[in-house]
Design a protein around this ligand. Sequence first.
Ligand SMILES: *Cc1c(COP(=O)(O)O)cnc(C)c1O
Length: 516
Amino acid sequence: MRETPCHVSRDEALIFERSHPGRAAYSLPPLDVPTVPLETWIEARFLRPDPVAGLPEVSEVDVIRHFTRLSRWNYAVDVGMYPLGSCTMKYNPKMNDQAARLEGFALHHPLTPEELSQGSLDVLKMLEELLCEITGMVAGCLQPAAGAHGELTGLLLIRACLEARGDPRRKVLIPDSAHGTNPASAAICGYSVQTIPSNERGLIDLDALRRAADRDLAALMLTNPNTLGLFEEEIEEITRIVHEAGGLVYMDGANMNALVGIARPGDMGVDVIHLNVHKTFSTPHGGGGPGAGPVLVTAELEPFLPVPRIVRRADGRLALDYDRPYSIGRVRAFYGNFGVLVRGLSYILTMGPEGLREVAETAVLNANYLAHHLKDTYEIAYPGPVMHEVVFSDKRQRAYGVRNVDIAKRLIDYGFHPPTMSFPLIVPGALMVEPTETECREELDLFIAAMKAIDRECRENPELVRTAPHRTRLGRLDEVAAARHPVLRWRPQASPSRAEAPPDGAPSERIGSSES
Ligand SMILES: *Cc1c(COP(=O)(O)O)cnc(C)c1O
């Protein structure tokens, strides 16, 4: 809490200030063997002059309280609803974490010979086959470590395929509602990007697509449902137009939460799709944690998949096949983020086909429930039945001088993580809300009540909203300074001689003590 009634704030005393010379978190019996200086084994030039100086000397209870306190300054999906649109921050059953922690998986070294890795290879093969079944594709690669990495891999596959056809092309079409990673991936892959506008309903403008689908069209990168939460109803016509022009269709499948168990992109004419295992198939994510962005493809693209491919030999054993002349090569060390893939398999098997279908049905129902109850309070730029997420805007609240960022910050005071803001770019002042299937009706009702209360505050006391959050340890941070001059390392203040000078113009205080 920033305001504390007494002037001794336990929160302000971080672990370094609690340090007492000689205090330790352990007690060991006295040493009964002679001490040998480190220099006996390690040449002095490899030793730091004073390896432990600067570390806090604290008791066990100090350490526990320090980390527990830090964890309570954080918000997490295990604390409450986390409606960060497009990111699918849903609750992840702990059982999948436990599966990933099983010793046979967690301690298995990736260089273990194939004959001793049959179980782990089976996990990968099974997951690949299940993801093919879910997406309606024929083969896949689990290596990509994130959605964006999957995009790059998928585009490299498209490029390899078009080159093999003897018809390399230069242009990738991307709708204006797409996630920012899409144009970035296309550009990294060497393509030029042309934006396709959305029509007044928020869907791809088919006439614009027809005009752009020329002899230079390599691929369309499509997100379905798109980032407005809308299903591209003309998907079959869209894929037909692209194929007729000689291009391929890439689908950004990060939003598979809306389709899983119901509709298969392979049936819609999609040639390549990536999935975000860490969104749809259970892995705690956010904050840059490990992810997995497997890529699934049609038969035509299969020869180009990264090496190694996991194949079943005639005797039934699994093996890693590197002998693939058309492969684009490796896209990652080893075989992907294995723990994330184990979680994905565990999730899919425990949910089963009916369970997965229920995920999509409930995710869509929950988003529509929020849209229905909030549509009279907050503007929805592109009305209509939504899929897994709904994009509101601050259009009505702007009249009181309140912007989307203020509403998002005020939601923190009501105990919710803010929604995704200012994205998609085609909705000014966007507040993109994705409740996911894991929130019950009571939690959704609390969110609706909070959003309505904030709207009332916008009209009656806009300053309260503009200066939110009021109930967090820190208020509004200087986000630009934080991004330009990140203070990534805490430096003990007690011994300034050891502290390094901050980079030019950087705030010299650590984040924890900056004014808010
Ligand atoms: C999250 C997301 C991505 C990128 O996935 P990362 O794993 O963060 O790289 C791409 N497209 C859409 C629509 C997404 O929501």
